[in-house]
Design a protein around this ligand. Structure first.
Ligand code: IMP
Ligand code: MG
Length: 190
């Protein structure tokens, strides 16, 4: 019998952030949000689908004040690396006028996604709008994105796990791992 493989996907490079480190950091951010919004009557955690799902559901359990959860789904137009145009595939349901909104994404890369969604949400008159991201590839930013609540800064490598994917694979990993580009190419031809 062949031994169990080390990872469920054969394109994993190495584990960068362990489940324990994620749990600790999420609890820390949850506590920050809890303290910052104790007096809020209308707090909305607004996640971007699908990468932020695991993060949002873990985070909300660490914020023990009344709140609402909502999601929206956006995708980049091809060429958005330079233009920053996004398409809304599915909008949030909550009328955010007068709400304290925390916009949550899995990772900030160039910053275009968060920046564009942020502008769009500000037009909808929230009482306040904060940005929260699990990961940040700061050296890749093309636009200025002030992140109010951040999990971890990471180097310029492609990562999967804890909600993040490569071509829809890898979201179920309980840790953040780098993708080995050579292994990934080989895995596509199997
Ligand atoms: P931005 O608009 O360039 O900041 O892109 C952010 C989006 O790109 C994220 O919401 C992710 O969907 C995706 N992304 C960027 N880097 C990675 C990565 O390393 N792993 C998985 N998704 C990524
Ligand atoms: Mg995403």
């Amino acid at each position: 019998m062949s031994p169990e493989p080390e990872f469920p996907y054969d394109f994993i490079g190495k584990i960068l952030i362990t489940p324990e480190e994620i749990e600790k950091r999420v609890a820390f951010i949850g506590n920050q949000i809890h303290n910052d919004f104790k007096d809020s009557k209308k707090l909305l955690l607004l996640g971007l689908l699908r990468g932020s799902v695991m993060f949002v559901t873990d985070l909300m359990r660490k914020v023990q004040i009344p709140l609402t959860m909502d999601f929206m789904s956006v995708s980049s137009y091809s060429g958005s690396e330079t233009s920053g145009f996004i398409r809304i595939d599915s909008d949030h349901k909550t009328n955010i006028s007068g709400w304290d909104v925390i916009l949550i994404d899995d990772i900030v890369d160039t910053g275009y996604t968060i920046n564009t969604v942020k502008k769009l949400l500000l037009d909808r008159n929230p009482k306040s709008l904060k940005i929260c991201a699990l990961l940040d590839k700061r050296e890749r930013h093309k636009v200025d994105v002030p992140i109010d609540y951040l999990g971890f800064e990471i180097p310029d490598v492609f990562v999967v796990g804890y909600g993040l994917d490569i071509d829809e694979k890898g979201r179920n990993l309980p840790y953040i791992a780098s993708v080995d580009p050579k292994k990934y190419e080989n895995s596509k031809h199997k």
